[in-house]
Design a protein around this ligand. Structure first.
Ligand SMILES: Nc1ncnc2c1ncn2[C@@H]1O[C@H](COP(=O)(O)OP(=O)(O)OP(=O)(O)O)[C@@H](O)[C@H]1O
Ligand SMILES: Nc1nc2c(ncn2[C@@H]2O[C@H](COP(=O)(O)O)[C@@H](O)[C@H]2O)c(=O)[nH]1
Length: 192
């Protein structure tokens, strides 16, 4: 384990399938519950409305490897990575930070960082049909949705991996207001 000295506070890690609501939940935590987002890096193209530096640091395949990462992964043929500095910066701001990771990244964080710092939330979808509907409503093109859901990473993250069963808080994200209530309860349980 590394980095023990300089990190202080709580890091909530959100994971789950495409369209499970990770970004939605992250935004709720930052807008309503005093969390600071850890912005990560990716080589995937921007979606409509996404902004460099707030949604992601958008990189090319060349600039991506100029940075040094706490961990990085390939997901649906794009690179994604998070830095120790980004995490430290977010925790220094509000002592409560939130990051969205794939499940491989979650396992790396659990391996590298102190357990007392981490709360893992795995978001569950009510059904595959709801998942497709939400991605389509977000503006994703049908072909993109098909490609993303066929990727081995999306298939892996469709269900909570066995290695995370004892570590993750599973939240069903069906009706959004109910999800927020469950989220507030979890934050209160962990942080008070
Ligand atoms: N409970 C909900 N009910 C209805 N719509 C929802 C709900 N949760 C999220 N959404 C909507 O579903 C879409 C996908 O949500 P979001 O982008 O948060 O998912 P994600 O897990 O971050 O997806 P991805 O992994 O593809 O980036 C968004 O348009 C969001 O507004
Ligand atoms: N291990 C990491 N996973 C990350 C990081 N940033 C995002 N993600 C995950 O990638 C997929 C795809 O994201 P999308 O925005 O293209 O839908 C998703 O599961 C994210 O949670 C990271 O730095 N490291």
């Amino acid at each position: 384990m590394i980095f023990l000295k300089t990190l202080d506070g709580n890091l909530f890690i959100i994971c789950g399938a495409p369209g499970s609501g990770k970004t939605t939940v992250q935004t709720y935590l930052t807008k309503n519950l005093g969390f600071t987002k850890v912005v990560t890096h990716t080589t995937r193209p921007k979606r409509n409305g996404e902004q460099d530096g707030s949604d992601y640091y958008f990189e090319t395949k060349e600039t991506f490897f100029d940075k040094h990462y706490l961990e990085y992964v390939t997901y649906d043929d794009n690179y994604y990575g998070s830095s120790f500095e980004g995490l430290e910066r977010a925790l220094n701001q509000t002592k409560r930070a939130v990051i969205v990771l794939d499940t491989q990244g979650v396992l790396t964080y659990l391996d590298k960082l102190p357990a007392k710092l981490l709360t893992v939330i795995f978001l569950e979808l009510p059904s595959k049909a709801v998942q497709v509907k939400r991605l389509y409503a977000r503006g994703d093109k049908k072909a993109k949705i098909k490609q993303r859901l066929a990727s081995k990473e999306a298939k892996r993250d469709a269900k909570l991996p066995a290695q995370l069963r004892a570590k993750a808080n599973v939240l069903q994200n069906a009706e959004l207001q109910q999800t927020y209530v469950k989220l507030e309860q979890l934050v209160a349980d962990i942080l008070t």
